[in-house]
Design a protein around this ligand. Structure first.
Ligand code: ADE
Length: 234
């Protein structure tokens, strides 16, 4: 699985994903992250990639040309004919576990990170297939959202997690949040691990966990709970 990130801050992408599970996934070559510096495609002496907005207004706008040239060069290098090209923007569809699962089927994904006040609309119209937001708040650029997507998608690639079942029983499966987890010691500051988990009775443990998932979802995410209940009765 190859992620190609078009960015003005490649060091942010490289530095942010090198540790922990994503780092190991790259080491094992299950996942490859290719950060492309858009500035390398600036065709002017000063390597300028932004300019004032037509019509006036605050801030600068990223120019179409260097982004298009970076994209074109990348397309020459990869095997996938029509890869999905994601533009990270608060104006996109909100990223979701189902979306991560859908993206995990791809071989190559191109992620375009904007900065300043935005990107010239024309290049977006020409290359972007998906507009994705990671939530209703505004960040300074698309790099963190791109890393969020890469992290969430990578862990669904077979072999990235230690056991493939750990991606199966987790939050958002069936619209439920994950049940609470405990590890040693059995008693921590007078707080005891629930008895059922020490019982060795697998059916009871499973039933308890399901019940906890439902309770927790109802309490913390009533919106998800409504969906879960609705699904069960339809
Ligand atoms: N760029 C700036 N804010 C963003 C957000 N919330 N999601 C995706 N891209 C962004």
């Amino acid at each position: 699985m190859n992620f190609h990130v078009l960015t003005l801050f490649p060091e942010m992408i490289e530095g942010g994903l090198n540790a922990s599970i994503t780092g190991r996934a790259m080491e094992k070559e299950l996942v490859n992250v290719n950060a492309v510096n858009i500035r390398d495609y600036a065709m002017n002496k000063h390597k300028r990639v932004d300019d004032y907005p037509y019509g006036g207004g605050a801030g600068m706008v990223m120019q179409a040309e260097p982004i298009y040239l970076a994209y074109e060069d990348l397309m020459r290098k990869i095997n996938t004919k029509n890869p999905r090209v994601v533009y990270l923007t608060p104006q996109g569809q909100t990223f979701h576990q189902n979306m991560a699962q859908d993206f995990a089927k791809e071989n190559d994904i191109i992620l375009l990170c904007g900065h300043y006040e935005g990107v010239d609309e024309r290049v977006l119209e020409m290359i972007v297939t998906d507009y994705v937001s990671i939530g209703d708040y505004v960040l300074t650029g698309g790099e963190l959202p791109a890393m969020v997507m890469i992290d969430a998608i990578s862990r669904l690639v077979p072999g990235v997690l230690h056991n493939d079942t750990s991606a199966e029983f987790e939050s958002f499966q069936e619209d439920l949040l994950e049940y609470p987890q405990y590890t040693r010691p059995e008693v921590f500051m007078d707080k005891k691990v629930p008895d059922v988990l020490l019982s060795g009775h697998h059916a009871n443990i499973e039933a308890w966990r399901k019940e906890q998932s439902v309770l927790r979802t109802k309490e913390r995410r009533p919106d998800l709970y409504e969906r879960y209940i609705h699904q069960k009765i339809t």
